[in-house]
Design a protein around this ligand. Sequence first.
Ligand code: FSO
Ligand code: SF4
Length: 533
Amino acid sequence: MEMFCNQCEQAANGTGCNISGVCGKKPEVAVLQDHLLYGLKSLALYADKLGRNAEIDRFTIEGLFTTVTNVDFDPARIGGMIKRCYELKEKAKAAAGVTLSGPVADWKPADDLAGMTAQGEAHGINTQHVNEDIRSIIEILMYGLKGMAAYMDHAMILGRTDDDVMAFFQKALAATTDANLGLMDFVGLSMECGKQNLTVMGLLNTAHTDAYGHPVPTAVQLGTKAGKAILVTGHDLKMLEELLKQTEGKGINIYTHGEMLPAHGYPGLKKYTHLVGNFGGAWQDQAKEFVNFPGAIIFNTNCIQKPSDSYKDRLYTWGLVAWPDVKHVDGWDFSAVINTALALPGFPDNPGQEILTGFGHNAVLGVADKVIAAVKSGAIRHFFLIGGCDGAKSGRNYYTEFAEKLPQDTVILTLACGKYRFNKLDFGDIGGIPRLLDIGQCNDAYSAIQIAVALAGAFECGVNDLPLSMILSWYEQKAVVILLTLFHLGIKNIKLGPSLPAFITPNVLNFLVENFNVGPITTVEADMKAILG
Ligand code: FSO
Ligand code: SF4
């Protein structure tokens, strides 16, 4: 079976995965995901005409997030979503009272998985447009929509939505099927996607802080505490909260993993005394680390990898994450996970290092006077936002080395899982301001933007004129939409690595360089010298 996927930084040979995904995605899953995306476009043609419908909008978000890298590897679940997509399309068609014509509008999936898979082979990304530059921009837009859907999903779980954003999702999905649109139309839609994502990330930020308070600087234990144990990995705070409630008083300690680390900074979560620490590093180390976790493990979002037999029986997925043969928790009852943890040995007491998190915009701007004075006195020469995703490539050592080699009069702001490249190092402080400030998850990019905008206001300049450089690492489609948001805000001179996306053609890259001066990382020495002189 033919597959082609180039949506993430791991794309095989820097061009795309065509035999099997480097992420573990099998051809069957890849073509079913292509099929689901085609169905979502068909649904969008009618949803765009219908206007807001909560059920359809919710499904669109879940469908898009399902196709993000390292989320859903289960053919049966994706097949179920394709069927549901068709039912909703028929419902939207009837409710909108219009009948559109053409292959996308007429889409009807086969009844069985084998048929749906065969149909999916005709809907690969290379069929999106004959012109490779337009195809490249359509891919940017599609990955932007997928990334934005991930953030919207978290916001929706906390009861938030936005009509204008949802109208944009449907409009943009429908637009990708319109043969009359040209390159600049899709450039415009991609920039609009960046703008809409700023709204979504603001929505999510408010949802988090309304539910759990503003993060406060918090020391997180990397050692272990005696007792039964559950490890929570992914990004979803509401799922963690529910698990904390259901495990209270049961002798089970909860540990965060990967992107869940910043959860420790929220007053509404840190109040649970059995949220005891963080275990392990970034997502790509899960296989070797989970083997050593003597409790239950649960994923609430990406990035899941093929589980080894040594921990598969104590592994659970929740929400949109799925792996064939791994137990899935539907809804909010975590008793199966709890019972698994109770039957396992758990940890002895073994205190370890502590690291800091919880420097969201509220905490950083709370000491803005001190920060501004330190910049004015020359005690702080430059800020570096070293953030984004981690991954398996050896070239990612660049980020560790970059952080290590920075002069003592610089401050590092960080977010997302790329921080694990350096967050256990001791960077010291500048007049009481820690040199490493962990803003949070990739989901908290909004907070980083708020900090930059506030600093620009204080210094009466634009964000591009601040002594601030962005050294970003990308992996999957959430990083794509954050980049689109930064472009929408007019932020220039971003350094991006470890490699540029395979879906960007030379012409599209030229466009991005000319307009935003975005460039690939080179060597630590050269990049640092170019910034600091
Ligand atoms: Fe990382 Fe994975 Fe958070 Fe991504 S855990 S790579 S961009 O899902 O979302 O930073
Ligand atoms: Fe390859 Fe990434 Fe696509 Fe997986 S998501 S198949 S690793 S390009």
